[in-house]
Write a protein that binds this ligand. Structure first.
Ligand SMILES: Nc1ncnc2c1ncn2[C@@H]1O[C@H](COP(=O)(O)OP(=O)(O)OP(=O)(O)O)[C@@H](O)[C@H]1O
Ligand SMILES: [Mg+2]
Length: 340
């Protein structure tokens, strides 16, 4: 039995592009394209990448809020993608999601207490009304809200408080695993760190495991044990967090990191500006999908698709500049190009 809580293998989610009167499929948006990673109990994996790279699609496919096209998701060793509806109902208690915009996912006509007690009763987590009420108050206090918040409606709360309500809702079923899909992107910077610190405390208190999705490497730095960087539906780099921030190996990660403000300006490397737009996931470039924007690309990068290869420190990269990324049987000639 493996010691991973979650194992994702070759996960794909392709959205068909339909055209014409007969809705013929003319192509696919390859939103998640062969994703593999694992998460251990109590660990946080940060998942980072630009808008449209497939982060939300990956999170939703793992929870089966959308059906994956192919691949395997194992939770505590059990295959999720083939579970029937009864098994899925049990699993929904173990795996929860926190959304970017908690307001649009909260019913404006139900009080916060009403919403939480509905979930507690639905899952039969407490027997009597008094126990349900106590549990609602306890949940609100756990996320740093006052017990009397139970009587108020979602619009009466600030953005940060609403996100705390979203967290209380996720916690109400006592899950083991939470996908946080950009939980702080919509919040003021000063509030962002409060919510991140709350999530960190809750992780220790309840032994939670997180997949923490964000746009930006600076957001996930202080919560992630490991970080995965996504580009066009694929992981291009994954490693323990400290190692990734101190020794980024993929030119895309290097560019993302160069955009992160550094508290010590002497340590700040030169800003790498990526040229060109992100290509469409419906029309992927040949070879390395990043090569059209890569400042270090050489001739073979447009021909050979690199594999996500692990070095001997446990740091994996998908870039032909690194020997571990060369597909078996391929030969390339690395030639220095002019850097932008
Ligand atoms: N239901 C859908 N039908 C068709 N295409 C979709 C659908 N959902 C997402 N996509 C496409 O899949 C790709 C990945 O989208 P996704 O929302 O997963 O990205 P993301 O990394 O979460 O972006 P963001 O940072 O903006 O939230 C995008 O090209 C998007 O347009
Ligand atoms: Mg998203």
């Amino acid at each position: 039995m493996s010691d991973n809580l979650l194992e994702v293998h070759n996960l794909k989610k392709f959205f068909p592009i339909k055209r014409g009167l007969l809705s013929k499929t003319v192509g696919y948006v390859k939103a998640v394209n062969d994703l593999s990673f694992t998460i251990k109990p109590g660990e946080t994996l940060g998942l980072v990448g630009e808008s449209g790279c497939g982060k939300t699609t990956a999170g939703r496919s793992i929870l089966r809020l959308i059906e994956p096209t192919s691949g395997s998701v194992k939770f505590e060793g059990k295959e999720v993608t083939t579970m029937n509806s009864t098994q899925m109902r049990h699993l929904r208690r173990e795996m929860q999601i926190i959304f970017q915009d908690p307001y649009s996912s909260l019913n404006p006509r139900i009080t916060v207490g009403g919403m939480l007690s509905e979930i507690i009763k639905f899952h039969k987590l407490r027997a009597t009304d008094a126990e349900v009420r106590d549990r609602v108050e306890e949940l609100l206090e756990i996320v740093g809200l006052r017990a009397e918040s139970a009587r108020r409606y979602p619009h009466e709360f600030s953005g940060g408080q609403r996100q705390r309500i979203g967290i209380a809702r996720a916690l109400s079923v006592e899950p083991k695993f939470i996908v946080s899909d950009e939980p702080v992107s919509a919040l003021d910077v000063s509030i962002q760190s409060q919510v991140i610190n709350l999530l960190k405390d809750l992780q220790v208190q309840f032994g939670l495991t997180y997949l923490f999705i964000a746009h930006d490497l600076s957001v996930v730095e202080h919560i992630s044990h490991r970080v995965a960087v996504m580009y066009l539906g694929e992981i291009v780099e994954i490693s323990p967090a400290k190692e990734l921030y101190s020794n980024p190996k993929h030119p895309y990660t290097q560019a993302l990191l160069s955009a992160v403000p550094h508290p010590d300006p002497r340590k700040k490397s030169e800003r790498i500006i990526l040229t060109g737009d992100v290509p469409s996931p419906a029309n992927l470039p040949t070879g390395c999908h990043f090569h059209p924007r890569c400042p270090k690309a050489f001739a073979d990068c447009s021909r050979v698709h690199p594999v996500l290869g692990k070095d001997n420190t446990g740091h994996s990269t998908r870039c032909l500049l690194w020997p571990e990324s060369l597909p078996a049987g391929e030969k390339i000639t690395v030639t220095e190009t002019e850097t932008a």
